[in-house]
Write a protein that binds this ligand. Structure first.
Ligand SMILES: Nc1ncnc2c1ncn2[C@@H]1O[C@H](COP(=O)(O)OP(=O)(O)O)[C@@H](O)[C@H]1O
Ligand SMILES: [Mg+2]
Length: 259
C-alpha cells in the first residue's frame, strides 16, 4: 500500500502569486516525513499539492511533477478525486461530520466510492478502521452516537479512521495535533508510529519535539520575506536536521532563534 513520492521542480501558485518555489524531494514508503518552517513559508500549500487539494482554490495551480510510484498525479487524464482517495488527508482541526454517527463518519469516504456495501462489510470495515486509528476500544459501544460527542483527541482519531477506511497509500497530516492536549497528542504520535508500517506519512508540524519524535526525515522550508515564495532549504534525516544541519538557517530555526 505504502508508496514512494517524488516531487520534481514544483512551483505552486495562487493566481499570480508564487507561494512555493522549485521544490524537489523524494519521500520513501513506510517513512514519516516532517515539514517544518516558519508560519507562511508554504508548508500547508505544498502539502495540499501532494493530493491535488491545492487546485480546488480558484486560480490555484502548480507547475512541475508529483510522481506516486512513478505516475505523475498531474498528468492529463488523471482524476483528482481518485488521487484524493489514494492520498488521504487529516487537518489541523478535527472535522468529523457533526450530524453523522461515529460509524457513519468512518464510512463517509467509503460510501462516496462504493455505495453498495453489505451491512456486515460495513461493520467489519468500521471496526478495522477504528482499530487502525486506535479508537475502537473507546467507542465500540457507542458507534451510533454522534461523532461530535467525542473529545478533541478522539475526534482527531475518528478523522484518521475516516481517512484510512478508504485504504489510502499515503496519509498527509497538516498540524494534526495543534488543537489537542498533550495526552491526545502523544496518542496521535504513537498512532503515527504504528501507521507508518502501512502508509507513507507526511506531517506538517510547528512543534520541533514532535518532528524529532515522530519523523524519520525532515524538510525545512523558509521564506525570504513577505510576498516572496517559500523554498525548501534542507531535507535530511531528522536526526541530522536537528543536530548537524548543513545550512545556517536550518540551525537557527531548529534551535529556536527564529520562527
Ligand atoms: N487560499 C489562499 N489564497 C491565496 N494565498 C494563500 C492561500 N492560502 C495560503 N496562501 C498564501 O500562501 C503562503 C503560504 O501559506 P501556507 O501554505 O498556509 O503557509 P504555512 O502552512 O507554512 O504557514 C502565504 O503567503 C499565504 O498567505
Ligand atoms: Mg499551515
Amino acid at each position: 500500500m505504502s508508496k514512494r513520492i517524488e516531487i520534481n521542480d514544483l512551483d505552486v501558485y495562487y493566481g499570480a502569486f508564487k507561494a512555493v518555489e522549485d521544490v524537489s524531494l523524494t519521500i520513501e514508503p513506510r517513512t514519516v516525513t516532517a515539514f517544518i518552517g516558519p508560519s507562511g513559508c508554504g508548508k500547508s500549500t505544498f502539502l495540499r499539492t501532494l493530493n491535488r487539494m491545492h487546485e480546488v482554490i480558484p486560480g490555484a495551480y502548480v507547475d512541475g511533477e508529483v510522481l506516486i510510484d512513478g505516475n505523475n498525479l498531474y498528468d492529463p487524464g488523471v482524476d483528482p478525486v481518485a488521487v484524493r482517495r489514494q492520498i488521504g488527508m487529516v487537518f489541523q482541526r478535527p472535522n468529523p461530520f457533526p450530524t453523522m454517527s461515529i460509524k457513519e463518519n468512518v464510512l463517509a469516504g467509503v460510501k462516496l466510492n462504493n455505495k453498495r456495501m453489505s451491512r456486515s462489510d460495513q461493520d467489519d470495515l468500521t471496526e478495522k478502521a477504528l482499530r487502525g486509528a486506535n479508537l475502537w476500544n473507546e467507542v465500540k459501544d457507542r458507534l451510533d452516537k454522534p461523532g461530535s460527542g467525542l473529545s478533541g483527541g478522539q475526534q482527531q482519531r475518528l478523522c484518521i479512521a475516516r481517512a484510512i477506511a478508504v485504504e489510502p497509500d499515503v496519509l498527509l497530516m497538516d498540524e494534526p495535533c495543534s488543537a489537542l492536549d498533550p495526552i491526545s497528542t502523544l496518542a496521535i504520535e504513537d498512532l503515527i508510529e504504528e501507521m507508518k508500517q502501512d502508509y507513507t506519512i507526511v506531517i506538517v508540524t510547528h512543534n520541533m519535539q514532535q518532528a524529532s519524535r515522530v519523523s524519520d526525515r525532515t524538510a525545512f522550508f523558509n521564506i525570504a520575506g513577505t510576498g516572496k515564495p517559500g523554498k525548501l532549504i534542507e531535507y535530511d534525516d531528522t536526526h541530522t536536521i536537528f543536530t548537524t544541519p548543513s545550512v545556517q538557517a536550518t540551525e537557527d530555526y531548529v534551535s529556536g532563534r527564529f520562527g
